[in-house]
Design a protein around this ligand. Structure first.
Ligand SMILES: Cc1cc2nc3c(=O)[nH]c(=O)nc-3n(C[C@H](O)[C@H](O)[C@H](O)COP(=O)(O)OP(=O)(O)OC[C@H]3O[C@@H](n4cnc5c(N)ncnc54)[C@H](O)[C@@H]3O)c2cc1C
Length: 469
């Protein structure tokens, strides 16, 4: 069924489905709403529209299988947007930033409730998140963030003692950290394939292996695929990493970079000893964080963002293959957990994540046609925010005039990257400077002045708004 390299999650989810029948677009269809892209964003948007206005005819078209993009291959770490609060506050304003933090936090239980209600077993475990410091330079990195969150009555983080952080995260490498109970993990592909099934049950038509090749944007909107088309009143483009190639006006809104991951063989008894068998999400404080968690079947996954940047923001072939830094990831895993030295890594993989200059997503309307709507830019943190994205995009489709549609999140990209080739060259120079800086910090050495200055240019794209540099 799979025609290319895929994550273990996706293979597991498809195997669980057994025989899959693929509905391809081979005719001229009409609908009220056509959604392009069958990942979390497209599927949540469709489900929300259906919930708000069941009479609307909705069609989703997906170029491969639903979930074959980031939604079926991510780390499964559910992380709200509270760590981006300072940047959001400065860029979109305090009111909208608070709304987004709260909505991304509420998404955690809403996704869990949705799955329970609809019998989707996405292996959800809500046991919190730890942001840890692995060197003295990273200590105290959340202190200012917590003050700002407290000032606005939205703080869920608390500082941990060294003993507590090591006990919770299973690694002596973590010397300081912060815990929030609002987070957890899941099997990402079981969620996206479950959403697909429920969407179909609710009357949403889904065409897979049906790529949008072009669209006509005159008096009518017509989406063209190889053997068919969809005429619609509203078009939602939810194609994530593929967006900058498709919409030229968004070509500078993100930078595509890989997120790379490895997974171990089952090691339940070791995880038990490390106190890690509960799905807690652990991240370090690097700009492109290391992150890890256990799985329900007793494996550990370990990942890191920020390796391969693609020229012209193209979804390049290597994004659909094993990780080119598999050995580096194995070494890093052993650094955190020396006791896992002889354990097998069964697979590595990677995928494109679209980092915005602000580090958080945006939504908007096509500059020449308000009936064409888009949303992306989750910056490597999309499981909870795509649920919020579905809410926002559905309101935009339904022309609701409310707190979301009037917010600054719905005004398209607020900050842009430079054009090519400066974007790619700059990204690689900055990535290398960040690597040298973080390597020096990890070894308790002073990074060079120039590396610190270059790294500062990238601070905003990270998951956390750290005040310390
Ligand atoms: C390796 C990796 C690890 C990650 N880890 C985490 C994590 O641990 N936690 C977290 O919160 N987030 C993580 N993320 C981010 C998260 O996975 C994404 O933000 C989220 O899945 C985005 O969902 P989406 O529906 O917008 O995009 P996608 O899931 O990428 O869906 C877009 C869909 O559009 C389809 N498509 C593209 N072009 C066309 C076309 N022309 N016609 C039709 N269909 C088209 C694609 O095939 C794809 O299925 C990770 C991302 C990656 C890549």
């Amino acid at each position: 069924m799979l025609n290319h390299y895929q994550s273990p999650w996706f293979k597991e989810a498809l195997n669980a489905e057994g025989e899959i029948s693929i509905n391809q677009l081979t005719s001229k269809e009409t609908s009220d709403v056509c959604i392009v892209g069958g990942g979390y964003t497209g599927l949540w948007t469709a489900l929300k529209i259906k919930e708000k206005n069941p009479a609307l005819k909705i069609i989703i078209i997906e170029k491969d299988l639903c979930g074959s993009g980031a939604s079926g291959r991510n780390g499964g770490c559910m992380i709200p947007l509270s760590s981006k609060f300072p940047a959001m506050k400065t860029i979109v304003g305090t009111k909208d930033a608070i709304k987004m933090v709260k909505a991304s936090e509420e998404a955690l239980n809403k996704i869990k409730d949705f799955c329970e209600l609809n019998n989707i077993d996405a292996q959800i475990r809500i046991n919190g998140i730890v942001y840890a410091a692995t060197n003295n330079k990273h200590r105290g990195g959340f202190d200012n963030l917590i003050s700002e969150l407290k000032e606005n009555n939205i703080n869920s983080w608390k500082k941990l003692s060294k003993e507590k952080v090591q006990n919770l995260t299973g690694s002596n490498r973590n010397i300081d950290g912060y815990f929030s109970p609002i987070g957890g993990s899941l099997q990402p592909a079981l969620l996206v394939r479950g959403l697909k099934k429920i969407a179909e049950k609710k009357g949403i038509t889904i065409f897979e292996r049906s790529q949008m090749l072009s669209y006509k944007n005159k008096s009518k909107i017509i989406v063209k695929s190889t053997n068919g088309s969809v005429e619609c009143k509203k078009l939602v483009v939810a194609i994530n990493a593929w967006t900058p190639s498709f919409f030229n006006f968004l070509s500078r809104s993100v930078i595509l970079v890989s997120s790379d991951m490895i997974i171990s063989e089952p090691i339940s008894s070791e995880l038990e000893k490390l106190n890690l068998n509960n799905g807690l999400v652990v991240l370090d404080s690097n700009l492109f964080t290391h992150y890890y968690r256990s799985t329900i079947d007793g494996r550990i996954i370990f990942g890191k963002g920020g390796n391969t940047f693609s020229l012209n923001n193209k979804v390049i072939k290597s994004f659909d293959g094993p990780s080119s830094i598999e050995n580096f990831l194995k070494k890093s895993l052993i650094n955190f957990f020396p006791s896992l030295l002889n354990k097998k890594i069964t697979q590595s993989w990677n995928g494109p994540s679209e980092r915005t200059k602000t580090g958080f997503p945006f939504f908007g309307y096509h500059p020449k046609n308000k009936n064409i709507i888009y949303g992306f830019g989750y910056s490597g943190n999309g499981i909870l925010p795509t649920f919020v994205g579905g809410e926002i995009l559905s309101d935009m489709v339904l022309e609701e005039k409310n707190g979301w549609t009037k917010s600054n999140f719905c005004k398209g990209p607020i900050k842009l990257f430079p054009p090519e080739p400066f974007r790619w060259i700059g990204a690689v120079i900055i990535r290398n400077a960040v690597r040298r800086k973080e390597y020096a910090e990890q070894n308790e050495l002073n990074p060079s002045w120039i590396d610190k200055q270059l790294a500062k240019l990238a601070t905003s794209v990270g998951r956390v708004d750290r005040i310390k540099d």
